[in-house]
Design a protein around this ligand. Sequence first.
Ligand SMILES: CC(C)(COP(=O)(O)OP(=O)(O)OC[C@H]1O[C@@H](n2cnc3c(N)ncnc32)[C@H](O)[C@@H]1OP(=O)(O)O)[C@@H](O)C(=O)NCCC(=O)NCCS
Length: 217
Amino acid sequence: MSPRRPRGRRPRSIRERVRALRPPFRTRRLELRWPEAALNEQVVALMKDRAVHRWTLRIPEPYSRSDAAEFVRRARLNRRAASNLAFQIVRRTDGRLVGGLGLHRLDNPAGTAEVGYLLAREFRGQGYATEAVGGLVRLAFGPLGFHRLIAHVFVGNRPSERVLERSGFRREGRLREAVRKDGRWIDVILYARVRSDPAPARGRSSGGAARSPARAK
Ligand SMILES: CC(C)(COP(=O)(O)OP(=O)(O)OC[C@H]1O[C@@H](n2cnc3c(N)ncnc32)[C@H](O)[C@@H]1OP(=O)(O)O)[C@@H](O)C(=O)NCCC(=O)NCCS
């Protein structure tokens, strides 16, 4: 168990802030949870989708049960080291795995962290990614205290760019030949949102704050 903090003191280091987190975090329709082995089968099914591999860099292909188990193990270690946070996105009504979401490079001293996400194919087109990213942004600017969030999108991935635009991120530029993928260099679009940027208009945007159940209505 982590030691108790004196009441009212805001945790200072990123390690302390991560340790103080109490998931699940809730949005209107979803929960963000630490990855758990109980969902490994659903994770493996999700990772069969070719689009996931086309638009991401580090996910093994083909993806096996042992990859899923390793992911849960590494997520725990990275969380303890406060270097990366991985979440599973679960639908509140039925507990089904909707996708995954991450906040990376937490130990960057510049106060910037990087957002990444993916959805299972059958859950696309319903605003779940935008809703989950909205929850993560509130967590990152709120209890985690970040100042700037960035995301990298491979050129051509318009659905992902739309998620970021609906989530209040702005396009900052095109990084030329920034990633080598399947034997080719490809350009990457850089998106960012800083703390003072206006929140996106309600409606087809974040879908509500990330709240711990204790604070949820
Ligand atoms: C990128 C990815 C997560 C986007 O998924 P998505 O379903 O398009 O995103 P959302 O869940 O936010 O849904 C948005 C879509 O649902 C529609 N929608 C329906 N109800 C909605 C609601 N309540 N709120 C917002 N959008 C809603 C929107 O109109 C939008 O469709 P449009 O962009 O064609 O207009 C998904 O394509 C994916 O997992 N791709 C593979 C992995 C990947 O590319 N990851 C990102 C790497 S940078």
